[in-house]
Every structure is written in structure tokens, then in C-alpha cells.
Design a protein around this ligand. Structure first.
Ligand code: BES
Ligand code: ZN
Length: 632
């Protein structure tokens, strides 16, 4: 059986003339001030590339994936246009070995700078004025931050190896030499060779069936930024949902996955009703093995998802609504720099909840809003209400853009939009958003461009209203502004009442939990007092078997509470959870909680030593710091 997954033969790398489709135009960069005079100006501090002055139009990727040696090797052929007569093209790379570089088919001497922390090494390629093609022959390194190589036992089916990429925010450069900034868009085609018997998928038009040769071809004819480049390789099969949506998953997972995502076709329709046509053709989802470090990733045409969203009752599908919403906010209208990250995530969270409201009703969406508000409060409390990182407009210069990856851009961002929705009225706000997505489609914008557009189109330059809404305080100020909206508490107030009864001694079986959703359970658990006794945890566990819940969100909250109050019977199930699940949102709070006491820290180090290999390189980086005190 293993012969199907034997090492791939190194293939000859053919340069295929790419299609000259799509066009990229980048605005002139100028120094960013807080509110620039020219709202289109920006500087991206996280790319070393000069693709703002050399037009990079198209990428043809020709790569082989060596599953046995954990390496991608091949070539990236860039079609460029040197209209500004630059002397060189600079590409981002991270831990790549460059074998050779060709300009219009001729070998040239290039310079690979020494690496800069987080950013990697700039690759300098000399070019003439009328250059057309730049080809880079390369291999990935062992520290490729975008790649997670899984051994068969780390997959769901445990039979074949698996590879997936996670390029956001600046990791595309660790598997493709590219201009790696969200403000730079290009089309791509690809030829990918994998071991025969395995399937390859990309953020592009995909074959939905396995082929015998192991050679797959892809085409993405809509310009996208590098952070949306994606590849997955494994024993993956497909089941359609309707004529434009479907589900990919490991063979043994496909039926469960297909059931869970029964409604994604309707979901796309619902999103379109809100904010205009879905512009990407197909919308498919791919369920990854449990080591996937995040909940989901909005790779165009093909959302990548954690398997922990499969709860068996469709209770966590708001995550799909989120990734789908990125097809408008993020993939269509893209943040120009990672300092403007809230434009991607805040809009998407807002849009996600509007989709869920449309599909499940207002009370359901209010639960998502309230849990999000709690996340926002907790984040602000954790990092400090004055912290610069609590502004919507971030300042990530010289830092890892992942430093901005917390609840602020998501929750402060979407609450800001909800505040504006309430102030302007839902109808007007919705019409404004439809216009916004239309106006900036396939463009890259800064926070200031958005604010200017909103001033003109929605607020009609009413400076009194603008002041009343505290817009500057929201965007360029810390903490949670006073006029932060709060959702209705219809369902959660009932949960609060049950919690009070339980704490007053009512037997757990008598709680009115029967029809509770995962969200109600989360709220029930989050509201428990610090002095909760292990005995009370035991009563709940006996009644509801929470230690073995199949719902990953509830499990995570339950284990966190178990650690806080020292309820040891949950530790065994928690270890099973930590042994397979690689989602950082779950791992990091649990390990962090353990690190708070000496005994807990001992347990954390033991568990981490056992399961570190199962975690994604980026999760390893943060947990190395947290659990092992290793600073790189
Ligand atoms: N685009 C993000 C994931 C991301 C952001 C990866 C920045 C790397 C850097 C994705 O859309 C996302 O937000 N995922 C969330 C789920 C969501 C429901 C909040 C996640 O993974 O938890
Ligand atoms: Zn998102």
C-alpha cells in the first residue's frame, strides 16, 4: 500500500509560458502618517519586495512535492512589466535555497541578502527595461513557516502523509519566492507533481478527482495577493453539495464533513443577498487533518477548515460563514498592509454574523455577538486598556504581523461597524456596504481610504455626526469606546438564570439545558465564579458528560475551567484533546493556564514534550516560548 505514496521522482522543470491575464496596479508608496493627505498612499513594512515599482502580473509555478523529504522544489516564473525602468526586481524569500535565476530565459547573477528577523531574505534580480519573464529555481527549507508536513499517523485516516500550506500573513515567501505583501496582486497557473495516488488542491480551479500520474494543473485567473496562495496534498476526496459548492476531506472523514456542511450552498446565496454577487466561481471547503493551526483560512475558491468545526450537529458552521464572507471582505477588498488587518477581519466578523442572523435568526446571531463582546473585554483586560495594540489601526513595524492577531481587529472591528450600522440605520448601512464592495473590488485599501469613503458616501461629510460617533477614538485610540454596542441577551439571560439556580444547589439534571446550543454552553461555563468547587464540576460532568463532549469549543472551555478549579477527572480527556488538536486558539489558553501553577507547569512540560511534534511550526514557536521559555 505504501508504494502509492513512495517518494516522488524529481521531475524536469519545464517553463511554460504563462497567460498574460489580469493586471495589477499599485499606488505610489509614500510615508504613512496617521491620516495621510493622499488616502491611497501606504508603505507595507512587511515586504522587502519592490513590486510597487515593477508590475508583477502573473506567476507560473512548476513544483514537485517531496512528501518523504519534506521539501517543495521547482520554479516560479514571473511575468513582469518594468514600466518604471527599475534596475532590479526584488522578491521576498524565507529559508529558500535558490538554485538559479533566469531573466527572459538567460541565467543571471543574483544577490540573496542575509535574513532579517520575521521578514526573511530579499532576492535581488537584475532586470532590463523590456524584461518579460523572471524565473527562479528553488527549494524550500526545513524552517518553512507556511508548511506543515504530517506523517500518516497525524492524519485522520492514518494511512498517507499530508501537506498543507498556511500563507497568511507573511509565510507565502517560505514556499514561493514572491512579492509577499497584501497590496500586490497577481494571477497564477501551476503544475504540481505529487506522489501518484495522492490528490493536490490549490486556491484555484481544481480537478475534483484523483489522477494516476500525480500531476495536477491549476488556474487562478483572478488576481490575488500572495497570502492567498495555498496548496494541500493528501488522500483527499470530494463530495458536491450543489452545482457551485462542495466538500473535500480525507477519505474517512468525507461523509461526516459533507453532512456538517449541508447548508453551504444556501449560505453562499444568503451572503449574496446581503452584499452582492459571489465573484469567484466555485465555493468549496477542504477539511484538514487535526493539526491545522487555525479555525479556517479563506483561500479563494477553497476555504481551508479545521476538523474541530465538525461537531456532528452543525453548531459551529458560523466559522464557514466567516471564511465565506472573506470572499468579499479580504479577498475582494483587501487590507493594504497588516496594520489595516481589521479591514479584513472586522468586516468579515460583521458579515459572518449577518449571514448567521439571516440563516438562524436574530437571537442566534446575538449569542455570537455577545460571545465576541466577551472576547473583546477579555483581550483588552489581558493586554491592558492603554495598549497600543488595542487600536484598530495597528503599528506592527519591525514586529511579527502575527502580533496583531488577537481579538481586537476581529471584535473591536466588527463592533465598530455595528455601531455605525445602528447610527445610520441598517438599510442605509447595507446599501453603503454593497457600494463599498463594488467600488473597491479587487483593490487594496488602507484604513484611511475606507474612512474617507465612508465620510463621503455614508456620512455625507457631516463632521458633527462623525464626532458624535467617536470614529477617531475607535480607530486611533485604545480600549473599548463608550458607544460600543451590545447585543440583545434574550437567550443568554435564560442561561444566566440556570447558572444561578445551579450555584444555589439545584441538581444539574434539572437545569433547562435540553435544547442548549454550543453557544449557550459556552456562556454557561464562562460565567462560572472563580471559587467553583471541583465537586460542582463533578455534578455537571455526571449529568452532561462534559469531559467527553464532541464539541471542540465546549471541550476547550470545559478543560480551561477544569484547570482553573483543579477538577482532575477532566485531565485525561484533555490530554487526548491536546494530543491531536493543533488549533492554536485551543492549545494556547490551555497551556497558558497550566503554566500558572508549579504543578500545572510540570504537567504542561510533560504534555508538550509528548505532543509537540503534532503541532504546526508556528504553534511550536509560540508554545516553545510559553512552556519551555525558549526565546528565538
Ligand atoms: N484569515 C484568518 C486566519 C489568519 C489570520 C491566519 C491572520 C493567519 C494570520 C481567518 O479568516 C480567521 O479569522 N480564522 C479564525 C476563525 C474565525 C471564525 C474567527 C480562526 O482561525 O480562528
Ligand atoms: Zn478571518
Amino acid at each position: 500500500m505504501l508504494s502509492r505514496v513512495m517518494m516522488v521522482r524529481l521531475m524536469g522543470v519545464a517553463l511554460v509560458l504563462p497567460l498574460l491575464t489580469g493586471c495589477f496596479r499599485k499606488q505610489k508608496p509614500e510615508a504613512t502618517t496617521l491620516k495621510p493627505v493622499d488616502p491611497r498612499a501606504w508603505v507595507d513594512e512587511h515586504t522587502l519586495s519592490n513590486a510597487d515599482s515593477v508590475l508583477v502580473r502573473h506567476l507560473h509555478l512548476d513544483i514537485a512535492v517531496d512528501m518523504a523529504h519534506h521539501q517543495i522544489l521547482g520554479s516560479a516564473l514571473w511575468t513582469i512589466n518594468n514600466t518604471h525602468k527599475q534596475k532590479e526586481l526584488i522578491l521576498d524569500t524565507y529559508d529558500l535555497t535558490i538554485d538559479s535565476v533566469q531573466v527572459d530565459g538567460h541565467k543571471v547573477n543574483y544577490v540573496l541578502d542575509s535574513p532579517i528577523k520575521y521578514l526573511g531574505s530579499a532576492l535581488h534580480i537584475p532586470i532590463s527595461d523590456n524584461v518579460q519573464f523572471v524565473g527562479v529555481f528553488y527549494k524550500t527549507g526545513t524552517h518553512a513557516r507556511a508548511l506543515q508536513w504530517l506523517e500518516p499517523q497525524q492524519t485522520h485516516d492514518k494511512k498517507y502523509p499530508f501537506l498543507f500550506t498556511q500563507s497568511e500573513s507573511i509565510y507565502a515567501r517560505s514556499w514561493i519566492p514572491c512579492p509577499d505583501g497584501p497590496g500586490i496582486r497577481f494571477t497564477y497557473t501551476a503544475r504540481v507533481q505529487v506522489p501518484p495516488g495522492l490528490m493536490a488542491l490549490m486556491s484555484a480551479d481544481n480537478d475534483d478527482v484523483l489522477n494516476d500520474t500525480g500531476i495536477y494543473r491549476f488556474n487562478m485567473n483572478i488576481p490575488i495577493p500572495a497570502y492567498l496562495m495555498a496548496l494541500a496534498v493528501g488522500d483527499i476526496v470530494f463530495k458536491g453539495v450543489d452545482d457551485r459548492t462542495g466538500v473535500y476531506a480525507e477519505r474517512g472523514m468525507i461523509d461526516k464533513a459533507r453532512w456538517e456542511f449541508e447548508n453551504i450552498g444556501r449560505m453562499v446565496g444568503s451572503a449574496e443577498q446581503l452584499y452582492g454577487p459571489y465573484r469567484w466561481g466555485r465555493y468549496d471547503v477542504l477539511v484538514l487533518p487535526p493539526g491545522f493551526p487555525i479555525g479556517g483560512m479563506e483561500n479563494p475558491k477553497l476555504t481551508f477548515l479545521t476538523p474541530t468545526v465538525i461537531a456532528g450537529d452543525r453548531s459551529l458552521v458560523s466559522l464557514v460563514a466567516h471564511e465565506l464572507a472573506h470572499s468579499w471582505s479580504g479577498n475582494l477588498v483587501t487590507n493594504a498592509t497588516w496594520n489595516d488587518f481589521w479591514l479584513n477581519e472586522g468586516f468579515t466578523n460583521y458579515f459572518e454574523r449577518r449571514i448567521m442572523e439571516q440563516m438562524m435568526g436574530e437571537n442566534y446571531a446575538d449569542m455570537l455577538w455577545e460571545l465576541g463582546y466577551q472576547d473583546l473585554q477579555n483581550e483588552v483586560a489581558a493586554i491592558g486598556a492603554d495598549n497600543r495594540d488595542t487600536w484598530l489601526k495597528l503599528s506592527l513595524k519591525g514586529r511579527d504581523p502575527d502580533d496583531g492577531l488577537n481579538s481586537i481587529p476581529y471584535e473591536k472591528g466588527c463592533h465598530f461597524l455595528k455601531m455605525i450600522e445602528r447610527a445610520s440605520g441598517r438599510d442605509r448601512f447595507d446599501k453603503f456596504l454593497v457600494k463599498y464592495f463594488e467600488h473597491f473590488a479587487f483593490k487594496t485599501i488602507t484604513t484611511e481610504t475606507f474612512l474617507n469613503y465612508m465620510d463621503t458616501v455614508l456620512l455625507k461629510n457631516d463632521t458633527v455626526l462623525r464626532k458624535k460617533l467617536n470614529i477617531d477614538e475607535w480607530v486611533y485610540g485604545p480600549g473599548i469606546p463608550q458607544n460600543c454596542p451590545r447585543a440583545g441577551q434574550e437567550l443568554f439571560s435564560k442561561v444566566d438564570a440556570e447558572r444561578v439556580k445551579f450555584l444555589e444547589g439545584m441538581p444539574a439534571e434539572q437545569l433547562a439545558f435540553v435544547r442548549w446550543s454550543a453557544h449557550e454552553w459556552l456562556h454557561f461555563l464562562r460565567g462560572m465564579p472563580a471559587n467553583l468547587k471541583p465537586e460542582q464540576m463533578r455534578l455537571l460532568d455526571n449529568a452532561f458528560n462534559l469531559s467527553n463532549t464532541g464539541n471542540s469549543e465546549v471541550a476547550d472551555e470545559w478543560y480551561l475551567l477544569a484547570l482553573k478549579v483543579g477538577y482532575t477527572p477532566a485531565y485525561g480527556p484533555m490530554e487526548r484533546f491536546l494530543s491531536t488538536v493543533g488549533r492554536r486558539k485551543f492549545l494556547e489558553p490551555l497551556y497558558q493556564q497550566m503554566m500558572k501553577t508549579p504543578d500545572g507547569a510540570k504537567m504542561a512540560r510533560l504534555l508538550y514534550a509528548k505532543y509537540r511534534a503534532n503541532y504546526h511550526p508556528l504553534a511550536q514557536e509560540s508554545l516553545d516560548r510559553m512552556v519551555m521559555n525558549i526565546v528565538q
